[in-house]
Design a protein around this ligand. Structure first.
Ligand code: FES
Length: 196
């Protein structure tokens, strides 16, 4: 770092030039360090874009949900998927599942993250109660993912999804806690997150 400017009493031509040199070298070092440090720490804070992951053919997923329901109304079905988990600099293959429900209309599917918004355990779908129950600390969510009891502070995350040909793809967000869109408001109960 640049040293202190010499006191006036000890100010010599050599001392002055040394001081100027130190100041210039210090400034150059800072100018070099700023972009280097920025490049190194940026990935840790940058919000990575979602990864579009294939969940399966829409017809199969519809049948899966209808089979879980009464045959005409879809219920919650577990739909597994594999994806590349982005962990700062590293990408690793991983697998998880989404809770999918056929709701018909133009939106077709409502797709929830299984990750509890309290501390991240996977919730279980309990068909007899028509609810999701978290095995870790007892949070309970309704069929649309609204948190109704226990320590969970927010509804379950909801996946954005789109059709590619006849297949359903979901947007897996590695930058969010639930790997899906976070919902903060109970008012937004069953949003249609179908893209296009
Ligand atoms: S992690 Fe689900 S209630 Fe704590």
């Amino acid at each position: 770092m640049a040293g202190k400017a010499p006191q006036k009493a000890g100010w010599t031509r050599r001392g002055f030039f040394n001081w100027v040199l130190n100041v210039v070298l210090g400034a150059i070092a800072i100018l070099i360090a700023i972009p280097t440090v920025g490049t190194l720490i940026y990935p840790a804070f940058a919000k990575s874009p979602p990864t579009w992951v294939k969940l399966g053919p829409a017809d199969d997923l519809q049948q899966l949900s209808l089979k879980a329901g009464n045959g005409s109304v879809g219920s919650v079905a577990k739909a597994p998927y594999t994806y590349l988990r982005v962990d700062h600099w590293a990408k690793q293959p991983d697998s998880d599942y989404a809770y999918l429900r056929y709701i018909g209309g133009s939106c077709l599917f409502f797709i929830l993250s299984p990750i509890c918004t309290h501390l991240g355990c996977h919730v279980n779908w309990v068909q007899s109660a028509n609810q999701f129950h978290c095995p870790c600390h007892g949070s309970v969510y309704t069929i649309d993912g609204t948190n109704v009891s226990g320590p969970a502070p927010r509804p379950l995350g909801v996946f954005k999804w789109k059709m590619v040909g006849s297949d359903v793809y979901i947007a897996v967000e590695s930058s969010t806690f639930t790997h899906a869109e976070c919902r903060t408001s109970e008012a937004d109960k069953e949003p249609c997150t179908r893209i296009s």
